[in-house]
Design a protein around this ligand. Structure first.
Ligand code: FUB
Length: 346
């Protein structure tokens, strides 16, 4: 698929209608994972740069090298950039492409979870540790054993169990693991090994973490996303099937699994009764933003719920130069989420 044309977009008008501005303009940021630690909001984004790589459907243009952590005392307060928290040069096993990270806390220590390509060009997921929520983080020498693909999101349940959700198709390589081992054939093709349109879509994975949060405590299990009839969503159901950007939050005792549909650019969600699912598709949280990717997290702060997301409005549509934004989300009485229109301000 070619990069989508942005020639027709009037960015002045788009920004006027945007429901939220970028939270930072001094650098490009994306893929925000937000958490509340010590009564502050901490945001763990990707740090977008222009490394000069051409756009392709493998995401080669996303050539990020490091992470910065942001914090905010309040949702509309100052945004503090705590500086570089981790650089790929300090991660022994990782060569390139520091994609969407997440973080979590346990017993006063903070853990940064991040995907990167190893020296064989295979995405793995690593962990780095700090005594501070903003780092700097010290990486482990090796990635999580048996980790693969991208976009880790680590959810802490009320019983203090931690679960990692992960996976992403196309450049995220999930489709290359269908037999349990990496298939490196046709390296130039983002869609080789995808299921046919009338077959069940590829699914993200979940694994409970070990007590030290450094490894999977079990073999990762597929996260089933079902339609209204209880059937798995199909690979050809591009408006609803999982592509990347998994996130899990809990609201009123239910587990909400949310994700991006990638090539159709929606942030969708599905509801389940436990961290493993299955989850039943319920709808869209965010309609398409400017820029090819859409990625998000959801977090409660002072009794309100917020969507942390990104778009490419600041860079005037450059796919790999994105900016983090925040918008409040509202739940209906039946637990469904009201869809946000990112440029719907009157
Ligand atoms: O930022 C690189 C990749 O783009 C992320 O890992 C995906 O979720 C998409 O946002």
């Amino acid at each position: 698929m070619p990069e989508e044309s942005i020639d027709h977009i009037d960015f002045e008008e788009l920004n006027r209608k945007a429901i939220s501005p970028p939270i930072a303009t001094h650098l490009y940021t994306a893929d925000p994972s937000a958490h509340v630690f010590n009564n502050k909001i901490y945001i763990y984004p990707s740090h977008d740069i222009d490394a000069g790589d051409a756009f392709d459907d493998l995401g080669s243009h996303f050539a990020m090298e490091d992470y910065h952590v942001f914090s905010m005392d309040d949702i509309s307060g100052n945004v503090i950039d705590h500086g570089m928290a981790l650089h790929v040069d300090n991660v022994k096993w990782a060569e390139r492409q520091m994609w969407a990270p997440d973080a979590n806390e346990k017993n006063g220590q903070y853990f940064l979870f991040f995907p990167a390509k190893d020296y064989n060009g295979i995405f793995r997921i690593g962990v780095a540790i700090s005594d501070n929520p903003h780092g700097p983080f010290i990486p482990q020498d090796n990635p999580i054993k048996d980790s693969f693909s991208i976009d880790p999101a680590v959810f802490k349940d009320d019983d203090r169990s931690y679960y990692m959700y992960f996976g992403g198709i196309w450049g995220g390589q999930l489709q290359r693991w269908r037999t349990g081992v990496f298939n490196g054939d046709h390296p130039e093709s983002p869609t080789a090994f995808l299921p046919k349109d009338d077959e069940p879509a590829l699914l993200p994975y979940v694994a409970k973490m070990t007590d030290d949060l450094l490894q999977f405590d079990e073999s990762p299990k597929e996260v089933e996303i079902l339609d209204e009839n209880g059937d798995l969503l199909l690979a050809g159901d591009n408006d609803r099937r999982f592509f990347e950007a998994a996130w899990l939050h809990k609201y009123n005792g239910k587990y909400y699994f949310s994700y991006s549909t990638g090539d159709t650019h929606f942030i969708c969600y599905a509801i389940g009764e436990n961290p493993y699912g299955p989850f039943t598709y319920k709808g869209r949280i965010l309609n398409p933003v400017v820029g090819w990717t859409s990625h998000h997290s959801i977090c409660e702060f002072k009794g309100k719920w917020y969507l942390f997301y990104h778009d490419s409005s600041l860079s005037k549509g450059v796919t790999h130069l994105r900016s983090v934004k925040i918008a409040e989300i509202k739940y209906n009485d039946d637990g469904t989420i009201q869809t946000l229109e990112p440029y719907g301000r009157n």
